[in-house]
Write a protein that binds this ligand. Sequence first.
Ligand SMILES: Cc1cc2nc3c(=O)[nH]c(=O)nc-3n(C[C@H](O)[C@H](O)[C@H](O)COP(=O)(O)OP(=O)(O)OC[C@H]3O[C@@H](n4cnc5c(N)ncnc54)[C@H](O)[C@@H]3O)c2cc1C
Ligand code: FES
Length: 276
Amino acid sequence: MYKIVTRRELAPNVKFIEVEAKDIAAKVQPGQFVILRLDEPGERIPLTVADFNRSKGTISIIFQEVGKTTKQLGLLQAGENITNIVGPLGQPTHIEKVGTVVCVGGGVGTASMYPITRAFKETGNKVITIIGGRSQDYIIWEKEIGVISDTLIVTTDDGSYGEKGLATKPLEEMIRKKEKIDLVIAIGPVIMMKAVSHLTKSCGIKTIVSLNPIMLDGTGMCGVCRVEVNNETRFACFHGPDFDGHLVNFDLLMHRLKTYPEEEKISLEKCEHCRK
Ligand SMILES: Cc1cc2nc3c(=O)[nH]c(=O)nc-3n(C[C@H](O)[C@H](O)[C@H](O)COP(=O)(O)OP(=O)(O)OC[C@H]3O[C@@H](n4cnc5c(N)ncnc54)[C@H](O)[C@@H]3O)c2cc1C
Ligand code: FES
């Protein structure tokens, strides 16, 4: 059992929880994720470790309520328990001193970006962070990520806060002005990671993306999370989730993410407490 010690709402349908998970907190590195199960018959869902506190023995998770399990998770209160959490899983993000790193976080991907941004900053890089959301309500973790970035740029699709436009716009601008960029990290909706990788490919800026295919076991055994990278099959849970954005087949990933829409709809409809 893993006890939720803190819970708060960050944006519409986006929640933050801090959970007691001493063994995971002791080992987890930026870029890694966990797979949790709310109860015995529950499905296993992967969520990135958005932060960790080794001395307190806790990990933090920020999640968007999109379907049955994330909605059920959103109903749990501080003091309640999650039945299983497995992790840390996946390869940590490769952190090194490269010069100037641009971190692009879209929607809830901003949360996954936080420990990575912090690690690049602590390693002596100049960090420019761009975070984007649909509107002001969907901008999360701004204060926290601002503190660890040399420059923070906020964008909203509707212009209700920060610069109007997609999170890719400031990056496009920097590239146009030939600003020095040594590495780009992008985490967010697949379409955003695809757009960022497309932008940087033409000018040869190394770009790392964190892929989010459907996962089951999370240890490289079932093959559910397979993605195509450089025309080869890779298991995102084991080889990733980070990959070279210039080599990823994003269209295949988007297609595979839409494999079970009917089942997901039925599962949500059948979930009585999700509707309470
Ligand atoms: C490595 C990794 C890290 C992730 N980190 C985060 C995070 O930090 N915060 C966050 O909000 N979301 C994260 N996700 C996505 C999250 O796992 C899904 O939103 C969640 O599984 C949806 O489950 P559901 O039952 O609520 O919705 P469902 O209705 O079952 O599914 C809704 C959509 O979520 C995706 N999904 C469903 N089941 C899975 C699964 N087992 N594995 C992966 N995707 C699935 C599919 O695209 C599906 O269409 C991550 C995914 C991966 C692979
Ligand atoms: S989730 Fe089973 S191999 Fe990756």
